[in-house]
Design a binder for this molecule. Structure first.
Ligand SMILES: [Cu+2]
Length: 142
């Protein structure tokens, strides 16, 4: 590999450094994308199973978000037996309380979450006990 025309012997370190310097650019062009492809494939493979749960919770229908003294979505539609997660994005406490008492989170502090399980079918008007002007409707299907 070394052609050193001056006749001096190459010591190991020099020869390695020289080899690195002489590594042709095309080798990087081939290796870098190959490593990138392998990394992507491995990442996809590893994250395949947990993706199902994390992606699902982001758009979970059984979630009520309270923001700016308002519930969403309106109306909320869930199936009976669902556990509804109430996310309070405000800084003050709220409750998620059925007018007829079918469910009630109690106080959910600012930035906190509450949960209720709805096991009755029907359409439930609900409100916040602390701020009665906050209202909504939950439709619970069989
Ligand atoms: Cu409230």
């Amino acid at each position: 590999m070394q052609t050193g025309g001056d006749g001096t012997a190459n010591i190991g370190a020099v020869s390695t450094a020289a080899a690195l310097r002489r590594t042709p650019t095309w080798l990087f062009v081939v290796i870098v994308p190959a490593v990138a492809v392998i990394a992507v494939v491995v990442t996809n493979f590893v994250s395949d199973s947990p993706q199902g749960t994390t992606a699902g919770s982001a758009t979970a229908p059984d979630t009520v978000v309270i923001k700016n003294f308002s519930f969403s979505p309106k109306p909320l539609t869930v199936t009976t037996g669902s556990t509804i997660t109430v996310i309070n994005d405000d800084s003050t406490a709220h409750t998620f309380t059925a007018n007829n008492g079918a469910f009630n989170t109690g106080d959910v502090g600012g930035g906190q979450r509450g949960r209720v399980t709805v096991d009755r079918v029907g359409t439930f008007a609900y409100h916040c006990e602390i701020h009665p002007f906050m209202t909504g409707t939950a439709r619970v299907s069989p």
